[in-house]
Design a protein around this ligand. Structure first.
Ligand code: ZN
Length: 289
């Protein structure tokens, strides 16, 4: 469906389900059980657009809507309310994946200006070498990744840096123990050296259930991360596992963002209870809280 048609039909759907949404909101408010939504973006730019880019003006409009209608939060704040088991505001976090150079021109200044917290997940191989991400090479538009200096500068400005593997590997395919440590443990150490920050969150590349393995989760927690994040479209209900935070795609546009963040009853029913059958070693995970 063309984008404009999709935006219009989503807006009509949101209007048609307004009463159901209002009922959900008042239940969350009464019970202090607002879910938290974690958005993920990749690239904010005004040219060479692809499916994982959002235009500068659209991104800024999304940030302004988030500021006016939700409670912007860091991943740590969301993790804390997951652990407490109640939430009296609809918290929304902003995250980025991969590490695109152009984000320093528009996205990061827009977030800093509005004082919206952000976690910025990077795949370190591309930051170190300057080579384009495989998904950009595949579609013939090799875009510039961030540099190490930019990552350091972002960290100094208060952006939380997170790990997104070294080579943007798919953890759904078989990997040896040494490959897992190269892609997870070594990346945490490298990012801590660059930034002087504790690197507490790991974002699985591609982020769907099929791109995450039990072996990789074990190495994530053994390496000292607090939590990992996925990208399958779920929200985070208070009391659900704080070691795994679920994220929503922010790129598709304003109508889609409003549809998610005003608690689409259909999505709520389908996605709020995504079941992951991964085991998390709670003693090692929570001791690092
Ligand atoms: Zn990625």
């Amino acid at each position: 469906m063309p984008r404009l048609h999709r935006e219009i039909s989503l807006s009509i759907y949101r209007w048609a389900t307004a009463r159901k949404r209002a009922r959900l909101m008042s239940t969350f408010e009464e019970q202090k059980m607002f879910p938290a939504s974690i958005l993920f973006y990749h690239r904010v730019a005004s040219h060479q657009m692809n499916a994982w880019s959002i235009k500068t003006g659209n991104f800024e409009r999304q940030l302004d809507w988030i500021l006016a209608n939700t409670s912007p939060a860091s991943l740590d704040q969301i993790r804390d309310t997951q652990l407490i088991g109640s939430r009296d505001k609809p918290q929304v976090a902003v995250t980025f994946d991969d590490g695109y150079g152009e984000n320093c021109e528009h996205a990061i200044p827009a977030l800093l200006e509005r004082q919206i917290p952000c976690t910025y997940f990077v795949a370190t191989h591309f930051i170190e070498t300057g080579s384009a991400f495989p998904h950009d090479q595949a579609c013939g538009i090799p875009l510039r990744p961030n540099t190490v200096a930019e990552i350091k500068q972002m960290a100094n400005l208060g952006i939380q840096i997170g790990a997104h593997s070294h080579t943007h590997v798919d953890f759904g395919r078989p990997l040896s123990d040494s490959e897992l440590r190269f892609e997870i443990t070594d990346v945490r150490k490298r990012l801590q050296d660059w930034t002087g920050q504790s690197i507490d969150y790991f974002a699985f590349p591609f982020g769907l259930k099929r791109n995450i393995s039990q072996e990789a989760i074990d190495v994530v927690f053994e390496s000292g991360f607090k939590s990992f994040v996925s990208a399958a479209g779920g929200m985070n209900q208070p009391g659900q596992d704080a070691n795994h935070l679920q994220r929503i795609h922010g790129d598709p546009g304003m109508a889609s963002l409003k549809n998610w963040l005003t608690f689409d009853p259909r999505k709520w029913k389908a996605k709020s209870s995504i079941e992951y059958d991964f085991r998390i070693n709670h003693s090692s995970a929570l001791s690092k809280a």
